[in-house]
Design a protein around this ligand. Structure first.
Ligand SMILES: Cc1cc2nc3c(=O)[nH]c(=O)nc-3n(C[C@H](O)[C@H](O)[C@H](O)COP(=O)(O)OP(=O)(O)OC[C@H]3O[C@@H](n4cnc5c(N)ncnc54)[C@H](O)[C@@H]3O)c2cc1C
Length: 405
């Protein structure tokens, strides 16, 4: 089999890229190891994703937002505090002339919407379940070896995009080095139902073991992301519902009244993994395969979506119509440096600053929060970054078509 672009991994990042590329006329194949309907699909699980303002615009420009919007909850305020210390910032989109900073969507709902879209799009083929087990690089195409239900297959592609997650097979197979940091923290996630209406408020309480975040969700539900030391994660998972809710309540306080119900809990060990190279010959490393970051600030998929939007824009401008052209891939890599570096530094820096036990770090944290509460310009600066506008903004995030008339 031959194609223009082969995307390895049809998770959040890979599938979004495929949808963005579809109108450009390239022959695109998505190879996904786990069947989309499977309960164990790793990308489309119970996680609540906070999508930034720029992400919602990108998703709207590529035609996914209409479906997603039905189950999306607008973020109308962000309330940031530090556990057991003074200092509180409330970010209000009205200060930026906006109604919402972004929206919260369940990853599983995203999976349903994107899968439907992929299956209905011509010149786009999803091969799943199929696992890539080898890649040969070089020449006018790269060759992928696949293990499918029907047996082994091969695909030749002018461009391969490795969107195969934080433990990327392709990145590891090609010996692309990574910088990694194990935070010793695990995120416990689940839905909780509080007594009071969330009114679109997102709460982030910063603690020495990571954030305790409560995100507004559909109906009366909220999405809880609770970072705990990894050594006690199993203990928290095993708590009966009443004890779990009581402990969560103790951390969160009574901002939304009493937590009355919790959904199924899952755990995610938290690590920073950053690939030292994001391009090779006819190859781009994208999404978590390129940079898996701490969920503090909820930036991981938002960053990946900007990668996808920019790659699509560069390929849209390709007059030679060779998506694997080295010049194009260099342009992509250079364009992405500033945003990737800034977003990773802010997520890593915040995580480490809040985990640091020294009084100096504590002083810096409180000063930072108080300064934000006093100065509107500082709040706006932080809000613009959180909304995903960092560095040169892709056309799709400006609501413009990929191909300029
Ligand atoms: C607790 C938590 C909360 C988060 N909250 C947010 C948030 O609010 N906002 C946000 O923007 N981000 C958030 N993130 C980050 C977000 O989940 C990730 O950035 C996102 O999942 C990355 O998607 P991906 O497609 O790159 O990787 P993945 O989701 O890991 O998908 C990789 C895909 O590749 C497939 N695959 C793997 N190997 C192969 C192979 N050899 N062949 C074929 N297919 C293969 C896998 O089956 C999978 O479907 C959160 C993360 C965590 C842990």
């Amino acid at each position: 089999m031959m194609c223009d672009v082969a995307i390895v991994g049809g998770g959040l990042a890979g599938a979004s890229l495929a949808v963005a590329l579809a109108p450009l006329g390239y022959d695109v194949k998505v190879i996904e190891a786990v069947a989309y309907q499977a309960a164990e699909q790793p990308s489309y699980d119970d996680r609540t994703l906070a999508l930034s303002h720029s992400s919602c615009r990108i998703l709207s420009s590529i035609g996914l937002w209409k479906t997603l919007e039905q189950d999306a909850t607008p973020i109308r305020k962000i309330d940031i505090t530090e556990l057991e210390r003074p200092g509180r910032v409330v970010l209000d989109p009205a200060e930026m002339g906006l109604e919402a900073f972004g929206h919260v969507v369940e990853a599983r709902r995203f999976g349903v919407a994107v899968t439907k879209h992929l299956r209905q799009t011509p010149n786009l083929e999803v091969i799943s379940p199929a696992r890539v087990t080898n890649i040969e690089i070089g020449g006018t195409v790269n060759k992928l070896h696949l293990e499918c239900d029907s047996g082994p297959e091969q695909i030749e592609a002018r461009l391969v995009v490795a969107a195969d997650g934080a433990n990327s097979f392709i990145r590891n197979h090609l010996n692309i080095e990574t910088d990694t940091r194990d935070y010793g923290q695990t995120a416990i996630i689940c839905n909780v139902t509080p007594e009071k209406a969330h009114e679109g408020r997102a709460f982030e309480c910063l603690t020495d073991t990571g954030p305790f975040a409560v995100l507004p969700h559909t109906g009366t539900r909220c999405g809880l992301v609770w970072s705990v030391p990894t050594e006690i994660a199993q203990e928290i998972l095993d708590l009966d519902e009443a004890t779990f809710l009581a402990q969560a309540q103790q951390r969160f306080g009574a901002k939304l009244g009493k937590f009355v119900k919790a959904g199924q809990r899952s755990a995610y060990p938290l690590k920073l993994v950053r690939a030292r190279e994001d391009i090779r010959e006819r190859l781009v490393i994208l999404g978590n395969a390129a940079h898996a970051i701490h969920p503090i600030g909820a930036q991981g998929f938002n960053l990946a979506l900007r990668d996808a939007a920019i790659l699509a824009e560069i390929l849209a401008d390709d007059e030679q119509h060779d998506p694997g052209d080295a010049g194009l891939l260099n342009t992509y890599s250079q364009w992405r440096q500033k945003d990737q570096r800034g977003t990773i530094a802010s997520s890593d820096g915040m995580t480490r600053l809040f985990a640091h036990p020294s009084p100096l770090a504590a002083g810096l944290r409180t000063t930072g929060l108080i300064a934000h509460s006093i100065f509107p310009s500082l709040r706006r600066w932080s809000a613009i970054k959180a909304m995903g506008y960092r560095g040169r903004v892709p056309r799709l995030a400006l609501g413009e078509p990929l191909r300029q008339p």
